[in-house]
Design a protein around this ligand. Structure first.
Ligand code: AMP
Length: 193
């Protein structure tokens, strides 16, 4: 299985679709948001630093994210491919990922891009706050996260294109979850043939 990068704004469904893909293909899954939340829960030094940024809706500094990347990647099951969910979020992270994968004879594989209207994203995230109680799902922090996404993460779309990473799925509509998954899996299957 080739690696997959799932790319989109906060609330666009990266986590949800990643879980479906992992279920179907038995791939590895790296959600840097989950990694950081686990560090916070375990009271580590990284967790302590990360908390302050997450609470403000800002990105954790690149050096910190990059410093844990190889360890997290190498802990995934071998040969099954990994889906990167929430990473890379900056050009520096993308460059570091490319280098780390290259050192292992691997590459970024393909990407899935989720495009959703911001008012729908806001409603979803506020709803998630009620359901899951994530502290960074409040209106002020969500707005900051959208701004960070536009400034620091969205420009990566051009970077991926320049790198020749195939976008197997780009959706800016709001179809059913099932229809989305079927279309995504068709794209993944075609790319892995
Ligand atoms: P997420 O669960 O992916 O929405 O991430 C939640 C928060 O964790 C983000 O708002 C950032 O503060 C932090 N975070 C997650 N992934 C990264 C990353 N790749 N780079 C920097 N910060 C990150």
């Amino acid at each position: 299985m080739k690696n997959i990068i799932i790319f989109g704004a906060p609330g666009s469904g990266k986590g949800t679709y990643s879980e479906e893909i992992v279920k179907r293909y038995g791939m590895g899954h790296i959600s840097t948001g989950d990694v950081l939340r686990a560090e916070i829960k375990n009271g580590t030094e990284l967790g302590r630093v990360a908390q302050a940024y997450i609470d403000k809706g800002q990105l954790i500094p690149d050096e910190l994210m990059i410093s844990i990347l190889a360890k997290v990647y190498d802990s995934q099951p071998e040969g099954k491919g990994v889906i990167f969910d929430g990473f890379p979020r900056t050009i520096a992270q993308a460059e570091a990922l490319k280098k780390m994968l290259g050192e292992r004879g691997h590459d970024m594989g393909m990407m899935i891009e989720l495009i959703v209207d911001e008012d729908i994203l806001m409603a979803r995230l506020l709803n998630r706050a009620i359901e899951q109680g994530r502290a960074d799902d409040n209106e002020a922090t969500i707005k900051a996260r959208f701004e960070v996404y536009h400034k620091q993460t969205a420009p990566l779309a051009d970077w991926f294109e320049k790198e020749g990473i195939r976008n197997i799925f780009r959706w800016s509509d709001n179809p059913s979850k099932e229809a989305m998954i079927e279309a995504i899996c068709r794209g993944i299957d075609a790319e892995n043939k």
